[in-house]
Design a protein around this ligand. Structure first.
Ligand code: ATP
Length: 318
C-alpha cells in the first residue's frame, strides 16, 4: 500500500533578513495522522506553519499540502485547510452563535453544524453573549469550532492550548482526536510535550530550522533508554549497588548519597526491574525502593535539544 502524504515538504528554506528561520525542512505527514511539531523557541515552527498555510512564501524548497503546491496553487491549499492559532480570530462584538453562523454561511457548512459545534465545545449556554466577554479558553474553543465547520483535509494548530486550563485543554484534545478519527490530518505545534505525547502519531523535532529527529513518541523515548533507580537501606552499600547496575546497564551510574539512590540509563529493552532487584539483592545490598521507567517526552526534548555551549542539566543525569 502506498502512503499518501497530506503534508510533504522538501528542503524548505526561509530567511528573515539575516536570520535563517528554515534551513531545508523536510516533512512527510501521512494522511489521517496527527503530527506533533516540537522544537525550542525560535526553532522555526511558526515559520513552517506560515509557509505551509501559504501565509509566507518560501525562499527555496517545495511543499505540497492536501496535494496542492503551496507556491503554485495557494488558493487550492487554502480551500482544503483550516488554521487555528494561539490568537483566536473571532469577532468580539458578535455573540458566539453569530460568529459561528457567519462563518458557517461563508463556508457553506451543513445546516445545524454551527449549533452542533457550540454544543460539542460546551458553548451552548454562552452562545448568546458577545465573544468579547468570553474567557481565553472559551474564545479558543470558539475559534477551533469555526475551523471545524467544514471538515478540512488538513488542520494546522499552532500552539492551540497555550495558556488554557487543564479542563479547556482536555476539550481541545478531544476535538482534535475526533477530527483525526474522521480523517482530517492534523499538524500541531506545541510547547506542551504531554500534548504531543497524548495526541501525536508522529513527532518531528525541529531545531535550527530543520527536522532534527522524528519518530513516534515511544520511538523517541526508546532512543534515550529507560532509567533504573534503586534506593538502598544502607548508604555504605551504594557503591556495591552501583557496580551491579553498571554491569547490567552498561552505563555509568550516578550516585546520590543523601537520597541513598543510585541510577543508570539503559537502552536494553530486555532488562527488567525484577532482574535488577534480584542481582543487587544477591550482592548483599538491601533495597528499599526501585523503579525502571522510560523517559518522559520532556526529558527526550531536553536531551535532544541540548546546546553544547549552554549546558542544561539533563534530568536523566541528575
Ligand atoms: P517559538 O517557539 O518561540 O514560537 P518558533 O519555533 O515558532 O519559536 P519562529 O517564530 O518560526 O520559531 O522563528 C524562527 C526564527 O526566525 C527565530 O530566530 C525568529 O527570531 C525569527 N523570526 C521569526 N519571525 C521573524 C520576522 N518577522 N522577522 C525577523 N525574524 C523573524
Amino acid at each position: 500500500m502506498t502512503t499518501t502524504y497530506a503534508v510533504l515538504s522538501e528542503g524548505l528554506s526561509k530567511r528573515y533578513g539575516e536570520v535563517s528561520a528554515l534551513r531545508g525542512l523536510d516533512l512527510a505527514v501521512p494522511e489521517g495522522t496527527v503530527c506533533g511539531v516540537l522544537g525550542p523557541n525560535g526553532a522555526g515552527k511558526t515559520t513552517a506553519v506560515r509557509v505551509l498555510t501559504t501565509l509566507l512564501r518560501p525562499d527555496a524548497g517545495s511543499a505540497r499540502v492536501a496535494g496542492r503546491d503551496v507556491v503554485r496553487d495557494p488558493a487550492g491549499v487554502r480551500e482544503r485547510i483550516a488554521v487555528t492559532g494561539q490568537y483566536a480570530s473571532v469577532d468580539g462584538d458578535l455573540t458566539g452563535a453569530e460568529n459561528l453562523r457567519l462563518f458557517a454561511g461563508l463556508l457553506r457548512a451543513p445546516r445545524g453544524r454551527a449549533d452542533e459545534l457550540l454544543e460539542r465545545f460546551g458553548l451552548t449556554e454562552a452562545a448568546g453573549r458577545p465573544a468579547r466577554t468570553y474567557s481565553g479558553g472559551m474564545r479558543r474553543r470558539l475559534d477551533l469550532a469555526a475551523s471545524l465547520l467544514v471538515r478540512p483535509r488538513v488542520l494546522f494548530l499552532d500552539e492551540p492550548t497555550t495558556g488554557l486550563d487543564p479542563h479547556s485543554r482536555g476539550e481541545i484534545w478531544d476535538a482534535v482526536r475526533e477530527s483525526a478519527s474522521q480523517g482530517t490530518t492534523v499538524l500541531l505545534t506545541t510547547q506542551y510535550l504531554e500534548e504531543a505525547d497524548q495526541l501525536a502519531d508522529d513527532i518531528v523535532l525541529i531545531d535550527g530550522g530543520r527536522a532534527a529527529h522524528r519518530g513516534t513518541p515511544s520511538e523517541l523515548k526508546a532512543m534515550l533508554g529507560s532509567r533504573a533507580e534503586v534506593v538502598v537501606a544502607d548508604p555504605a552499600l551504594l557503591h556495591a549497588a552501583a557496580a551491579v547496575l553498571d554491569q547490567l546497564t552498561g552505563s555509568v551510574p550516578t550516585l546520590d548519597a543523601e537520597r541513598r539512590t543510585v541510577g543508570a540509563v539503559t537502552t536494553d529493552i530486555t532488562l527488567t526491574l525484577p532482574r535488577i532487584v534480584r542481582e543487587i539483592d544477591a550482592a548483599g545490598v538491601h533495597i528499599v525502593d526501585a523503579t525502571l521507567r522510560p523517559p518522559t517526552l520532556d526529558e527526550v526534548f531536553l536531551r535532544l535539544t541540548e546546546r553544547p555551549d549552554a549546558p542544561t542539566p539533563s534530568p536523566l543525569r541528575s
